[in-house]
Design a protein around this ligand. Structure first.
Ligand SMILES: NC(=O)c1ccc[n+]([C@@H]2O[C@H](COP(=O)([O-])OP(=O)(O)OC[C@H]3O[C@@H](n4cnc5c(N)ncnc54)[C@H](OP(=O)(O)O)[C@@H]3O)[C@@H](O)[C@H]2O)c1
Length: 298
């Protein structure tokens, strides 16, 4: 929203209070009243393990509601970008980045529900409808993996991070710029991959996070995904091939380590701001309707 406004665009943001995704009529009303030129659809149930226990909710919010948003966007002749995920892949072609047309094989309910959303968007066949897959998203202000690592390191607790999953961390600011470029440049409709350059395991991402924060004396222990025994399977390899988008934009997203350097101080500032307005923040949080599977998971 900040970056859209920074470009001088009139941008309207809605969250669950204004447009609950389980309410088709509200979606039609909100988009019908705002008559946007373009819709950026980022809302989702992102609790990957929780989705395994609540598949109907995951399919409803991530799949069906995306169909409703696409339907409502088309009815006001708005373009649309749907933020999707590397979890639509199973990770088998280890070592080869996934092109946009790679075979889909989600390992989890979350991945399958996001694929359902993709199909709903692509099914319109519109030249201004985009599925933008991204991966391992982090950014200042929200809950994020680098902050979780830094908090744990600073608390003196031991760190153990997964070594056998490899992907492309992506900073929200860089992803937002890419999404806004798609809106501006209007490439052919379809699937694009947007992720920071570089690739790493979660373990390497943690090590790089500590380095970006100037912490060099803490050891990061190693563990495998199997050690965690989480309900949802995740792809061991999910490096997205971003060349299609880079051709459109004339540039790649920056390297994730460059992004980490920008993220760490911005996140500290965002946290300080949150702490100073904590009472207001709590009140706003209390205003939000509750529900299962709210909140982010890595
Ligand atoms: N994080 C990643 O690594 C990653 C990777 C690939 C793709 N993605 C995709 O990127 C998008 C943003 O994800 P994120 O990581 O920023 O997760 P997030 O923080 O959980 O954001 C999801 C948003 O959807 C909202 N939401 C959830 N249920 C809703 C409902 N029933 N009605 C209306 N809004 C609802 C949430 O509201 P509240 O904040 O009020 O709960 C939140 O604002 C998602 O589409 C996700 O699938 C994320």
């Amino acid at each position: 929203m900040a970056q859209a406004k920074g470009l001088g665009l009139v941008a309207v943001g809605v969250d669950i209070n204004e447009m609950p995704l389980d309410d088709r009529c509200r979606i039609q009303q909100v988009l019908g009243a705002a008559k946007p030129a373009f819709v950026m659809h980022c809302g989702a149930i992102t609790n990957v393990d929780g989705c395994e226990a609540e598949p109907l909710l995951a399919y409803r919010i991530n799949g069906l509601a995306t169909a409703w948003i696409a339907e409502a966007a088309a009815s006001v002749n708005a373009g649309m970008a749907y933020v999707s995920t590397d979890f639509v892949f199973d990770g088998t072609p280890y070592g080869t980045p996934y092109p946009v047309d790679a075979a889909i094989k989600p390992l989890s309910v979350y991945g399958a529900s996001k694929r359902l959303g993709e199909e709903a968007v692509l099914g319109h066949g519109r030249d201004d409808f985009y599925v933008v897959r991204t991966s391992w998203v982090f950014g200042p202000g929200g809950e994020n993996f680098p902050r979780a690592i830094l908090n744990r390191a600073r608390s003196g607790k031991p760190l153990k991070v997964v070594t056998d999953q490899v992907g492309r961390p992506t900073m929200t600011h860089d992803l937002a710029e890419a999404l806004l470029d798609i809106r501006r440049l209007k490439p052919a409709g379809g699937i694009y991959h947007a992720a920071n350059e570089g690739q790493c395991s979660w373990h390497k991402f943690a090590v790089d996070t500590l380095a970006a924060a100037g912490i060099n004396d803490i050891e990061v222990g190693e563990q495998t995904a199997a050690d965690l025994n989480l309900p949802a399977a995740r792809p061991a390899w999910s490096v997205l091939d971003t060349s299609k988008l880079a051709t459109v934009r004339g540039k790649h997203l920056p390297n994730y380590r460059d992004a980490l350097q920008r993220h760490v101080p911005l996140d500290e500032a965002a946290l300080a701001e949150l702490a100073s307005g904590e009472a207001g923040g709590e009140a706003r949080a209390a205003d939000k309707p509750g529900g299962p599977l709210r909140g982010k998971q890595y």
